[in-house]
Design a protein around this ligand. Structure first.
Ligand SMILES: Cc1ncc(C[n+]2csc(CCOP(=O)(O)OP(=O)(O)O)c2C)c(N)n1
Ligand SMILES: [Mg+2]
Length: 584
């Protein structure tokens, strides 16, 4: 909507706080919202109905937060969710922290007690403000109905600026139900704050010059891209710098798609699981870290990279730079802006540098081909139960270039993080690495599917994660979305079982699940359901799911039950791997 339209569209007159909330969200052109009602926020719900805005009842507020989070990752607009007083509010915590750690813009509303009666053991009452405050970038408590528009304006500004993040707006019942005479000017909104990144800041020029000098002299520079590349939408800048200077790019799980995995300069995933990237890191003489926190998984529990390799760290959050590894050059700023400035600073010597690095970049596709040959037996495996690598290969074959793959916190995310290939740049692989909760897959898939209705959306989840969220299949069906849900059925809390196998000599405790037929469950819930035990049926099953546009399809994939074969690779905690064990 144009600015002029937005102004002419502003409401005025006497209305409830809940109506004012809905009017601000309408003017902000937010997408579908997710929540579960309660008395406190009912004027808001009523206003949504009157204004014809999309709001989906979810079956657990945590799922509403997950769905809103995924929606925001796809659209770069704040995802909106709500919960009622007490348990509704506390259920939001996990999803909000996912957004906080991942830098995702979100606005969540929590109903709170009527202040005339608070602290008198009201039903559902708890100290929710204290519980929620550390889960969000900012918690805003609205103390007056008249201040609803102003504080929502603030919520958008905080959610989308700097490092984006979730904002919790705590709304006491009497503020939501109370009325005020609003003027049209009260509903002013800053259109630049409705998307991320709302404002871009460039790194210091002198720091750019130092970084450029370091890169120019390096023989084997390597870019390590994290999720910040998506937050900044710096795809073109990343590819332009990488190609102009002949610098390969490795990525974290969240950074997948910074450049297309199919690009010959892509070195794939680095960190706990890697194809060739970890070796390239060790052989590098200059690392350019972009929008990546260098946390546990990215660094294989801080074992990588060696401290002797000079490191340039570009990040929007100054305090992340140097937290885990000292940076030789700190570039504080927006990823896209920083990459553009580096490219400009290096432009003059580009041709010479490219010539000097010809052999170096030719190594990448050659090493990748070598890795593929070595992995071929797993990628092409015809074994039953189905090999996870084969499932990933079939996803690579079946999913069109513009598809979105959402991945849950268990093995589903790690296997696809390692083996799934994005064909074009962009945020098309959505793992919940902010908090790495299991259970994100289904609600995250709902949020992504509603965010991109014309795009094929597939979500992959473990059976444990799916069990947690089964109720949301009802939401997905009600929403009428053609989401394909791939359930990795290993009848186990697999990650836990694999670690118990490797580190506790197979003494399994609380890591087995009952064998379920998730396809039958899906059909009983009015969805499409296909159980797949033969790897050759994976392709047709995925095609059926992708063709279904108005109801969800659950593909129940029976994969290995052998805990010795569940991990995508050895990780450095699994030190007691015994002879004969196979680790992917
Ligand atoms: C909410 C939550 N609880 C526990 C964990 C620890 N955890 C990580 S992976 C995993 C196993 C999950 O089982 P499942 O979803 O079936 O995936 P699998 O590893 O078997 O593929 C667990 C319990 C977590 N990440 N999140
Ligand atoms: Mg499992």
């Amino acid at each position: 909507m144009s600015e002029a339209n937005r102004v002419s569209n502003r409401p005025s007159g006497r209305m409830s706080g809940g109506r004012a909330m809905a009017e601000m969200l309408r003017l902000a052109e937010v997408g579908p919202m997710f929540g579960m009602g309660g008395f406190q926020l009912l004027p808001f719900y009523d206003a949504l109905a009157q204004l014809g805005m999309k709001h989906f009842l979810i079956n657990d507020e945590r799922c509403g937060a997950f769905a809103a989070e995924a929606y925001a990752r796809v659209t770069n607009r704040p995802g909106i969710c709500d919960g009622t007083l007490g348990p509704g509010a506390t259920n939001l915590v996990t999803g909000l922290i996912e957004g906080l750690n991942a830098g995702t813009p979100m606005i969540a509303f929590a109903g709170d007690t009527n202040r005339a009666h608070s602290w008198k053991n009201m039903t559902q009452e708890c100290r929710q403000v204290e519980i929620l405050r550390p889960a969000v970038k900012e918690l805003i408590r609205v103390e007056q109905t008249s201040r609803v528009p102003e504080l929502l304006r603030r919520a958008f500004a905080v959610a989308t600026s700097g490092r984006a993040g979730p904002v919790l707006v705590d709304v006491p019942e009497d503020v939501c139900h109370g009325e005020h005479d609003f003027a049209a000017e009260d509903f002013a909104i800053d259109p630049t704050t409705l998307r991320t990144p709302s404002r871009r800041i460039r790194p210091d020029r002198a720091d750019i010059a130092r970084a450029a000098a370091l890169i120019a002299h390096a023989k084997r520079p390597l870019i390590l891209a994290g999720g910040g590349i998506h937050l900044s939408q710096g795809y073109q800048a990343l590819q332009a710098l990488a190609e102009a200077q002949s610098i390969p790019v490795a990525h974290t799980m969240s950074g997948k798609g910074g450049i297309a995995c199919a690009n010959p300069l892509s070195a794939g995933l680095f960190g706990r699981y890697s194809r060739i990237a970890n070796e390239l890191i060790e052989a590098s003489d200059c690392l350019v870290v972009v929008g990546c926190k260098l946390g546990e998984i990215a660094t294989r529990r801080y074992a990588l990279p060696s401290r002797s390799i000079p490191l340039i760290h570009l990040d929007i959050l100054a305090e992340e730079i140097g937290r885990c590894l000292p940076a030789e050059v700190a570039l504080w700023g927006d990823a896209r802006a920083g990459l553009e400035d580096l490219a400009e600073a290096l432009a003059e010597d580009g041709r010479q540098t490219r010539a000097a690095r010809t052999d170096y970049i030719a190594e990448i596709p050659r090493r990748m081909a070598g890795w593929r040959d070595e992995a071929a037996a797993r990628l092409d495996s015809a074994e039953r139960p189905i090999h996870m690598a084969r499932l990933c290969r079939e996803l690579n074959l079946a999913l069109p270039a513009d598809s979105i793959l959402v991945a849950d916190g268990g093995f589903a995310g790690h296997w696809t993080g390692l083996l799934y290939d994005t064909k074009i740049a962009g945020r098309r692989f959505i793992p919940d690495r902010g908090l790495a909760s299991i259970g994100y897959g289904l609600p995250g898939g709902i949020g992504a599917a509603l965010a991109a209705p014309a795009t094929p959306v597939v979500t992959i989840t473990g059976d444990g994660g799916f069990n947690m969220m089964l109720g949301e299949l009802e939401t997905a069906r009600r929403a009428g979305i053609g989401l394909t849900i791939v359930v990795v059925n290993n009848a186990a809390s697999g990650y836990v079982k694999a670690l118990q196998h490797a580190m506790f000599r197979g003494r399994y405790q609380s890591s087995d699940l009952v064998e379920m037929d998730y396809a039958a469950i899906a059909r009983a819930m009015g969805c499409n359901g296909i159980r797949v035990e033969d790897p050759d049926r994976l392709g047709p099953a995925l095609a059926t799911g992708l063709a279904e546009r108005t109801r969800p399809t659950v593909l129940d994939i029976v994969v290995t039950r052998d805990p010795a074969r569940m991990l995508p690779a050895v990780d450095n905690r699994t030190v007691e791997i015994r002879q004969g064990d196979r680790v992917a």
